[in-house]
Design a protein around this ligand. Structure first.
Ligand code: ADP
Ligand code: MG
Length: 353
């Protein structure tokens, strides 16, 4: 069992009558970047806190490197941690902040100096050693917190919304930096975010949490393109979810148009067809009678620079979003224009309603 592997075995946590984490099981191999993604209140922080040792589960086990850690206190787990509000100490300068985990352990002075220098170099903060928090930008403070988390060369680092307070550009920059350090050190990172894009760009695997459970777990492209539920489909970006009904062997959508989906199944007479906006083609003129070809009318056209996002009304009041790349010579349809929407069967999926 490699030292950096982490697993949760049917872990449950209740507060009073509320079950906030309900039988979560996951096995994370060493070196994986694993993300818990979900809306506020879905149980991400509680799950991470059980990994950290701040919260003891009511049921189940926390295993790290093959050892049962369920009841081991945080300091016995040897983890690095970065939390959104885990501020750096205001009375310590940058070097002292970063050195802190080694200082409390009583590491030799020379080792502290060399490791602190190395960690600061990794987050590109050399030259900032003697500054205090009030003399640093939000992004720099976050990098100090990151350096402090990795200074002891932990096999496993936990991060709870570490970039939540940063603006978009800085966020992107830090995402790249964290990913780079993680790969360089071969660390297992367990990351919490409610930001879908952040989860998609950074993770090897994502677990989407919904009310204390893992709704789905898999690599970014798989969970994005093959959601198993309408919750996962809608949470991970924009999704068209069209009401459909079974008609003998066929599945029919708005206006009775036959829809053929590449995956999924209808377990009931009614359900949904899922297709992402960027998989829908928009052509001028009336629809030919073919599966997955819907007549519609442009409701809105939003010019977003690299793409044009259309809202299109189809039969029975269905509205679809369609993202069209603003490529060479792309014509932009106008509100009221009659259009045909179409998509490939393999880009759509049947889901329970
Ligand atoms: P997330 O991080 O996904 O936003 P949390 O794990 O923080 O979710 O919270 C999940 C649920 O558990 C929420 O309903 C929250 O109010 C509740 N909760 C979290 N911690 C406590 C606590 N110490 N006492 C009571 N309820 C809590
Ligand atoms: Mg949280």
């Amino acid at each position: 069992m490699s030292e950096g592997s982490v697993s949760l075995e049917a872990v449950t946590k209740r507060y009073g009558a509320e079950t906030v984490v309900a039988g979560v099981s996951v096995a994370i191999p060493e070196g994986e970047f694993f993300t818990l993604l979900g809306p506020s209140g879905s149980g991400k922080t509680t799950t991470l806190s059980m990994l950290a040792g701040f919260v003891v589960p009511d049921e189940g086990r926390v295993v790290m490197g093959g050892r049962d850690m369920t009841r081991v206190p945080p300091r016995g787990r040897g983890l690095g941690m970065v939390f959104q509000n885990y501020a750096i100490f205001p009375h310590l300068n940058v070097a002292e902040n970063v050195a802190f985990p080694l200082t409390v352990k009583g590491a030799p002075k020379a080792e502290i100096a060399s490791r602190t220098g190395e960690a600061l170099a990794m987050v590109k903060l050399n030259g900032f050693e003697t500054r205090y928090a009030r003399q640093l930008s939000g992004g720099q403070q976050q990098r100090v917190a990151l350096a402090r988390a990795i200074v002891g060369h932990p096999k496993v680092v936990l991060m709870d919304e570490p970039l939540g307070a940063l603006d978009k550009n800085l966020r992107y920059h830090m995402q790249v930096e964290i990913k780079e350090i993680q790969q360089r050190l071969g660390m297992t990172v367990i990351y919490v975010t409610h930001d879908q894009e952040e989860a998609l760009t950074m993770s090897d695997r994502i677990a989407i949490m919904d009310r204390g459970r893992i709704a789905q777990m898999g690599p970014p492209r798989e969970v994005y393109e093959k959601p198993e539920t309408s919750f996962v489909a809608a949470f991970l970006g924009e999704a068209n979810l069209l009401k459909v009904r079974r008609d003998g062997e066929a599945v029919r959508g708005p206006g009775g148009v036959a829809l053929v989906a590449g995956s999924g199944a209808l377990s009931a007479p009614e359900g949904l067809v899922f297709v992402r906006p960027e998989k829908v083609s928009v052509a001028a003129g009336p629809a030919e009678a073919a599966p997955n070809h819907l007549p519609g009318r442009i409701l809105h056209a939003s010019f977003l620079g690299n793409i044009v996002r259309y809202a299109v009304t189809a039969a029975e009041g269905a509205t679809l979003l369609c993202d069209v790349a603003n490529g060479a010579g792309t014509e932009i349809h106008r509100p009221g224009d009659a259009v045909t929407l179409s998509w490939r069967a393999e880009d759509s999926r049947l889901l329970a309603g």
